[in-house]
Design a protein around this ligand. Structure first.
Ligand code: FAD
Length: 485
């Protein structure tokens, strides 16, 4: 059978496409997914069902990048590894392998990019991607429970919540107040195009449930006879007629099948899509030639410009007697701001965990006891607009072998400078009213040694960040970068 549309990957993009395209009953749509599907909500595994902080039993131990320690070995994760910097040991890169894709395993933070980001895409010739043109789609995809205005939707399939300052834990209040006393404005809505400063965090976690695209979108379309959802189908390569894609070779249950479509839509994610293009002969001709892959189209850009937003952490110990609660409250405050001297608006973000286990570099360590969990709060600094670029390349023509990925984090001095500035600034929070008075002394926890008892000196942290001179610990995308004098 030949379908009108064959979609590769039922992730964030693929599930939306399958739902929207199959609205037309005259179109036949085939959605192929390498991972499993859980059509029955009652059978959805807990680790997919609940957001990280909203699970009935929030994770007591976490990976280097703050994800729960079940994630590294979970079958719903592709479990890729990559290079963070040339000096760092391999970094693990989680990506969802299940209907919903990465939206089924992610942290459910729900922030839009800046308007300038989209306008820059439009200026590159992608006319449909200006902020003005994407705004109606942002509105259409969400039901924002808290903001009803020109910038927010009220009827979309993804539920969105802005955290309620009235329910914040004291640490979140202190963080917000300290940001304000440091000169940042307060914002009520981080998804407003002009927003900046500190305000309620936003999630697509609805009543404890991580609202993935599998729940939000596929649920609307599963009953349609013109939509076929095929899980556990690993696409091996795209087939072409001349240079037009006409079908796919798919592995299912140990057998190979050929499927055809009027249109082949590649939505296999930032790793899966370039991987499949390269396997299919679309990419840099010399690279493909080295692996004995016939070139269908010489496209040097495939696999280039690999980016993700690196994260670094500052961990604070809580003074004895500080009021703690037994679990993380979902949501809290978030700060988005522009680094001094940067022309990229809102290129940095900081949010605060309530109470977290001190981070470790060995993920297999047994969970720490509850007392440890409750005595630490942590700032996560995210470089939202990095300029360093990495690369993805094949190491084998075998579709089962993951491509080599080098994220090349912090290669650009601009990225190092921006993170160094914010790091130094946060260190100075030891004397910021509302913060230090409430929370005590700052401890930095380089994961390499996990020295919960080793606060660094102020002098160490005023130096430029020595990221490239320190062998980073086993980290996760988005990796944690260790700091050491
Ligand atoms: C742990 C984690 C936390 C994150 N936290 C956040 C957050 O809080 N907020 C946020 O905005 N973003 C977050 N992200 C990022 C966000 O989830 C992704 O950017 C987004 O889901 C990517 O969507 P996508 O459609 O491009 O790819 P995906 O959603 O990853 O979908 C790709 C799909 O294609 C399938 N696939 C791949 N290759 C093949 C193949 N050969 N054959 C068949 N199927 C294939 C995959 O199994 C997957 O289902 C997080 C990601 C992760 C992994």
């Amino acid at each position: 059978m030949k379908y009108d549309y064959v979609i590769v990957g039922a992730g964030s993009a693929g599930s939306v496409l399958a739902c929207r395209l199959s609205e037309d009953p005259n179109c036949s749509v085939l959605l192929l997914e390498a991972g499993p599907d859980y059509p029955d909500f009652e059978k959805l595994p807990d680790e997919l069902k609940y957001g990280f902080s909203a699970a009935p039993s929030p994770p007591r131990s976490r990976t280097a990048s703050g994800h729960p320690s079940w994630l590294p070995t979970n079958p719903h994760n592709w479990q890729f590894t990559a290079t963070a910097t040339n000096l760092a040991p391999p970094m693990q890169v989680p990506r969802g392998k299940v209907t919903g894709g990465s939206s089924a395993i992610n942290s459910s933070a729900f922030y839009r990019g800046t308007a300038e980001d989209f306008d820059a895409w439009a200026a590159c010739g992608n006319d449909s991607w200006s902020y003005e043109k994407v705004l109606p789609f942002f509105r259409r995809l969400e039901t924002d429970a808290d903001h009803h205005d020109d910038f927010h939707g009220t009827e979309g399939p993804i539920f969105v919540h802005h955290s309620d300052p009235g329910s914040w834990h004291e640490t979140q209040r202190a963080f917000c107040d300290a940001c304000v006393s440091s000169g940042f404005q307060e914002t009520e809505d981080h998804n407003h195009p002009d927003s900046g400063g500190v305000g309620p965090g936003i999630t697509n976690n609805h009543q404890g449930i991580r609202f993935s695209t599998a729940l939000g979108y596929l649920e609307l379309a599963r009953h349609r006879l013109n939509l076929t959802i095929k899980p556990d189908c690993h696409v091996k390569r795209i087939t072409f007629e001349g240079n037009r894609a006409k079908g796919l070779i798919v592995e299912s249950g140990g057998e190979a099948f050929a499927v055809e479509g009027e249109e082949i839509i590649l939505s296999a994610g930032a790793v899966g899509s370039p991987h499949l293009l390269l396997l299919s002969g679309v990419g840099p001709a010399d690279h493909l030639g080295d692996l004995g892959i016939s070139v269908v189209h010489d496209a040097p850009g495939v696999g280039r410009n690999l980016k993700d937003h690196p994260k670094i952490y500052v961990t604070w110990s809580l003074p004895e007697g500080y009021p703690v609660q037994s679990r993380s409250a979902p949501g809290g405050a978030a700060l988005r701001f522009t680094a001094p001297g940067s022309d990229l608006r809102n290129d940095l973000g900081i949010s605060l965990s309530c109470f977290v286990p001190p981070r470790r570099h060995v993920i297999e360590e047994p969970p720490q006891n509850v007392d440890d969990v409750l005595r630490v709060t942590e700032m996560m600094i995210t470089l939202l607009l990095p300029t360093s670029q990495g690369e993805l390349k094949l190491t084998s023509p075998d579709y089962r072998v993951q491509p080599a990925m080098n994220y090349n984090y912090f290669a650009e001095p601009f990225d190092r400078e921006r993170c160094g500035q914010v790091f130094g600034w946060l260190w100075s929070w030891q004397t910021v009213p509302n913060w230090s008075g409430s929370l005590g002394s700052a401890w930095l926890l380089p994961m390499k040694t996990c020295p919960r008892k080793t606060p660094l000196t102020t002098g160490c942290l005023r130096k430029p960040p020595p990221i490239l001179t320190f062998p980073a610990p086993a980290a996760w995308a988005h990796p944690t970068i260790p700091w050491q004098s």
